[in-house]
Design a protein around this ligand. Structure first.
Ligand SMILES: *[C@@H]1O[C@H](CO)[C@@H](O)[C@H](O)[C@H]1NC(C)=O
Ligand SMILES: *[C@@H]1O[C@H](CO)[C@@H](O)[C@H](O)[C@H]1NC(C)=O
Ligand SMILES: *[C@@H]1O[C@H](CO)[C@@H](O)[C@H](O)[C@H]1NC(C)=O
Ligand SMILES: *[C@@H]1O[C@H](CO)[C@@H](O)[C@H](O)[C@H]1NC(C)=O
Ligand SMILES: *[C@@H]1O[C@H](CO)[C@@H](O)[C@H](O)[C@H]1NC(C)=O
Length: 583
């Protein structure tokens, strides 16, 4: 014990020394923001904290869909995919296929990335045989990935993007024409030697055009067929009724599939597919697809669709796909552009702000009488919020940036904080400016979306922080004893209310699904479940034209409010028996 304290002391004094050694660097005074570094320019017009996001910008949508690629959770909440991304399935990847006989498919067919997702398909015809085939890739397979819940057989837009690739239009009446879809997609992709496509429903899947090329059978085994061969054992009709065949019954089986999908909920998601971000095509690219801008105007993001694509934009889509797929080799280097690791860079931004924004929102929520953390002590809330902001800005708060010593009378003039805003807003991108000449078209889109999104986060947060600094809030120090000694004086309330609106507005604009959580958190025997097709609480409303599929498991009536179908939100379901996704 004593020795450890000594060691600690030694470390402490060492670190004091090293801090001391750095002092000359810091003590050379930075007279004006312009001298703080070549990247800080004073341009109060461009870095005006009151000029924020424009209503037409789709940068945040590009940002969020790109940051969400291959992740089950966000792509289950926002079902309607907006990205087409070429990628490869590397050598040695196992793929699974369930069927009623042991034949090797001789035409395009579907593969699951997890066996829990292919197993249910061996019983679809209710025959007493169940064969499970495992294949391995023998060379990198070139595929095109459709994001969103692109394999869900549901109307409303989840299949739009692939419909446009295959047929130049959205075909809601062909939602169930999967056979036709895969054959037409493979026909279309042949000129680019595409091996297949990747999609997502309760879990990820590959659609492969030719089993004989690039993959090899590893095993073909007959499995115990399970519940479907026993006609008397119907799925339970009553919610909560026990599984008739524990471990092998339909609820256990379906739960397995849902759980396998959930393994890929968050970054990096389903990593058995490697995406080439330098060839990404986004339908949120407003320059490339202007016809969708109007179609989206005033429409809730959950209802954004590719269906509104104009004839001209369909041609643009094919032209761009031709550019990105014509020389898509995938065997040498995956990236055709600058070499920047875009997925990681995007995740850096999400990591830096997801928790912090959520915590700040939680603190500001306490001014709301209906919040779980309601507090009338506004000075305490203010103190706590400013403390959070200071922690965020320790690496951005330039020494020279402080409010004018002399009161200018302009309470809301925060232009002194512009250099902090600029530094925060460009800190992840300015170093890449010299690389821009080697960017592909897709990389320019990725770059701009990232910079604009990060910039808006910084604008809001620096604006709040600067207002706090200007108001003389010093976290941890007592407030000036004036009229606010009891901590509840309403003087602070308007400011806190503004901050709450700003933060709520920013988080709503960003729309990150990582903030959709089960509250309170699920217990050990449960998992937090983002409802996915067709495992909703209730039968689909008629507008989704679901056909008969999945109807067996529901407890009767179609959902009158359609709410969970329209806006899937997480809830806890059991991961120990009795399983039931409906409650
Ligand atoms: C910043 O923008 C606001 C609102 O448009 C404007 O009133 C203000 O003059 C601008 N400030 C500067 C320094 O340009
Ligand atoms: C879709 O449009 C492209 C060009 O706009 C055309 O070349 C192609 O033949 C069309 N495909 C179908 C299935 O109509
Ligand atoms: C803050 O309150 C809003 C409702 O006003 C709620 O939706 C949100 O989840 C709360 N945020 C946190 C982090 O508690
Ligand atoms: C609300 O805030 C108080 C004081 O900061 C804290 O002690 C309490 O745990 C919080 N309540 C909840 C529900 O988190
Ligand atoms: C309000 O919070 C401040 C700061 O935490 C504290 O000093 C003060 O005593 C609190 N006032 C009341 C009435 O609880």
């Amino acid at each position: 014990m004593a020795r450890r304290s000594l060691a600690l002391l030694a470390i402490l004094s060492l670190s004091r020394l090293s801090v001391g050694a750095q002092i000359p660097l810091f003590s050379s005074p930075i007279a004006t923001p312009a001298k703080a570094g070549p990247l800080i320019e004073v341009d109060a017009g461009r870095w005006n904290l009151s000029v924020g996001r424009s209503a037409d910008s789709a940068s945040h949508l590009v940002f969020d869909t790109v940051a969400s690629l291959l992740q089950h959770w966000p792509n289950t909440h926002y079902r309607n995919g907006h990205n087409l991304v070429p990628g490869i399935i590397p050598v040695g990847t196992l793929m699974y296929h369930g069927r009623i006989n042991q034949d090797i498919p001789n035409q395009p067919d579907w593969f699951a990335t997890d066996p829990e997702h292919s197993r249910p398909f061996c019983i679809l015809w209710k025959l007493p045989t169940c064969w499970h085939l495992t294949f391995v890739t023998t060379r990198p397979l070139r595929v095109l990935y459709f994001d969103g819940s692109s394999a869900t057989k549901i109307q409303g837009g989840a299949m739009d993007a692939q419909d446009f690739v295959a047929w130049n239009t959205s075909r809601p009446d062909w939602v169930w024409e999967e056979e036709k879809r895969i054959i037409d997609l493979c026909d279309w992709g042949r000129k680019y030697q595409l091996d297949g496509f990747a999609r997502m429903e309760m879990d990820f899947e590959f659609m492969l055009c030719d089993f004989a090329s690039g993959s090899r059978l590893v095993s073909s085994i007959e499995l115990e067929p399970g519940w479907d061969i026993f006609p008397t054992l119907q799925p339970p009709q009553a919610v909560g009724a026990p599984d008739p065949l524990p471990g092998r019954g339909p609820l256990a089986r379906d739960f397995q599939t849902l759980q396998a999908g959930a393994w890929h909920n968050f970054y990096p998601g389903e990593s058995r597919l490697k995406l080439d971000m330098t060839r990404l095509v986004s339908f949120y690219d407003t320059d490339m697809f202007p016809s969708l801008v109007k179609a989206r105007s005033g429409v809730d993001r959950l209802q954004h669709r590719v269906a509104g694509l104009s004839k001209e934009d369909v041609q643009v889509m094919h032209g761009r796909l031709d550019e990105v797929l014509r020389d898509f080799d995938g065997t040498q280097s995956l990236d055709s552009g600058s070499g920047v690791d875009w997925r990681t860079l995007y995740q850096v931004i999400v990591d830096r702000y997801a928790d912090r924004l959520e915590m700040l929102q939680y603190i500001l929520n306490s001014t709301d009488p209906t919040a779980e953390n309601y507090s009338q002590n506004y000075t305490q809330t203010l103190d706590s919020a400013m403390y959070r902001l200071q922690l965020m800005f320790t690496t951005y708060a330039l020494r020279t940036a402080h409010p004018p010593a002399v009161d200018t009378g302009a309470d809301n003039d925060l232009s002194w904080a512009s250099p902090v805003y600029q530094y925060c807003a460009t800190t992840h991108t300015s170093a890449l400016y010299p690389s821009k000449s080697s960017f592909t078209k897709s990389e320019h889109l990725l770059f701009n979306a990232l910079e604009n999104t990060n910039r808006e986060i910084c604008r809001v947060l620096v604006g709040i922080w600067a207002e706090g600094v200007q108001a003389g809030v010093h976290p941890g120090l007592p407030f000036q004893q004036s009229d606010d000694h009891d901590g509840s004086v309403s003087r602070w309330l308007p400011m806190l209310g503004r901050w709450k609106n700003e933060v709520d507005g920013l988080m709503g604009w960003l729309g990150w699904s990582i903030w959709l959580k089960c509250r309170p958190a699920c217990g050990m025997e449960e998992m937090c479940y983002m409802p996915t097709w067709p495992w909703f609480k209730m039968k689909p409303p008629a507008i989704y034209n679901e056909g008969d599929f999945g109807a067996t498991g529901y407890d009767g009536d179609p959902d009158p409010e359609e709410e969970e179908w329209r806006n899937p939100l997480p809830r806890c379901i059991r991961r120990l028996q009795p399983f039931d996704w409906r409650f």
